[in-house]
Design a protein around this ligand. Structure first.
Ligand SMILES: *[C@@H]1O[C@H](CO)[C@@H](O)[C@H](O)[C@H]1NC(C)=O
Length: 383
């Protein structure tokens, strides 16, 4: 205890002394940014690894948590992206399921129990044991009532009906519901260095699966929401990095392609320029993004390398899969992109109490993707 307190006061003194020179995030053990790269305790830190949202939702035993993280570490990973949210209406809660936020009508409460944040504590402990750091998404765009909650749960519970996702970013009651959940989670883990960063939400945008696009969608509304929520997190937790968690869509006038013209409410360049956003993310889904021939997909990667240089902040390819081609990975490296996360890692032979968690396009450790990613991780680390 004595040691811990001494350590803490030293750490705090260090933080104050170095605040002006380096950044406000100088606590030892916390990943920081350094221009377009990440750093950790004075060394370069490479963000490479995989998504594995099922790990924080599947209610694994400690033994299986260890197996899962050890499998991911074996691909040369340093970082794993997981869900730090699961907002559920009480009527949808699976008996053995993990749920972080329980909704009853328009009232929500955070679940601190063994099947809630108590489980997330075990996820963190196991990641730490394997020298991995976690990127934690605080909600998700996709409406999966029975699986991962998300934006739709907030909208349906607060308004009592489905709506375009723009209301998630503009309705004051919904905003304060999201803010109170985020406050609870961030407060609980603000001293936890195993967490690499917070992400406001997975694939945030205003389009929804039941409608091709939202006619009322505005990039300004989402950028202003991002500004509000990210600075709120920084106020309570100056130690951790904060990112949006979006797919990196551009908002360029006169461009006819929807991933480049702001249709879904995301302006990647405006968002990464915000002071309270530390790095950018983008996804690489050539088919769903209608990136045709061989050039367009490669251009998408290159564009994000250019944005990274202009912003002077790291950009991470946070979602690539299931297919990966060596030419794509080579382009990531040659474009100078700071990091890559595969969608998504699997682990063989573990026992899931909710088997359908595994269905999110996860791969076996025997897959060639693991081999390619191991090589790619080496290339990124050398960069
Ligand atoms: C920060 O970036 C500079 C410039 O690229 C580099 O020389 C330095 O070693 C980096 N520091 C860390 C801690 O990564």
């Amino acid at each position: 205890m004595q040691f811990f307190l001494t350590f803490l006061s030293l750490a705090l003194a260090f933080r104050t002394a170095s605040a002006a020179a380096v950044s406000s995030r100088a606590l030892p053990g916390f990943v920081q940014t350094n221009g377009t790269r990440f750093s950790l305790d004075g060394q370069k830190y490479t963000v490479v690894g995989a998504n594995a949202y099922w790990i924080s939702l599947a209610g694994l035993s400690n033994k299986d948590l260890d197996k899962s993280f050890s499998d991911i570490a074996s691909m040369g990973a340093t970082s794993v992206r997981v869900w730090g949210h699961n907002e559920m209406s009480e009527q949808y809660i699976y008996p053995a399921g993990i749920v972080y936020q329980i909704w009853s009508g328009n009232k929500a409460k955070v679940n601190y129990g063994e099947n809630g944040l108590g489980y997330f504590d075990r996820v963190i402990a196991s990641a730490r044991k394997h020298n991995l750091r976690l990127i934690v998404a605080l909600t998700s765009n996709y409406n999966q009532d029975y699986i991962t909650g998300g934006i739709n749960t907030y909208i349906k519970q607060v308004l009592g009906r489905d709506e375009f996702h723009e209301v998630f970013f503009t309705n004051s009651e919904i905003k304060s519901a999201y803010k109170s959940y985020v406050t609870a989670v961030v407060e609980r883990y603000k001293e936890e260095a195993t967490i690499l960063s917070w992400e406001l939400g997975h694939h945030l945008k205003c389009s929804v699966s039941w409608h091709p696009y939202n006619p009322k969608c505005s990039t300004e509304a989402i950028t202003s929401w991002i500004q509000e929520m990210s600075s709120h997190i920084k106020t309570i937790d100056p130690n951790h990095l904060v990112a949006v968690g979006d797919e990196g869509f551009y908002n360029r006038e006169g461009n006819s392609r929807w991933i480049y013209n702001g249709r879904d409410g995301i302006d990647f360049e405006a968002n990464i320029a915000l002071k309270s956003i530390d790095y950018g993310t983008f996804a690489y889904r050539p088919e769903s993004y209608e990136l045709r021939n061989t050039e367009e997909p490669l251009q998408w990667i290159e564009e994000h390398g250019k944005s990274q240089a202009r912003a002077g902040k790291p950009v991470v390819l946070a979602d690539i899969g299931l297919e990966i081609r060596e030419s794509w990975l080579d382009k990531v490296v040659s474009s100078g992109i700071a990091g890559t996360l595969y969608w998504q890692a699997g682990s063989d032979g573990i026992s899931l109490n909710m088997p359908f968690w595994f269905h999110g396009d996860s791969i076996s450790t025997a897959s060639t993707a693991y081999v390619n990613l191991r090589k790619h991780a080496e290339a990124l680390k050398k960069q």
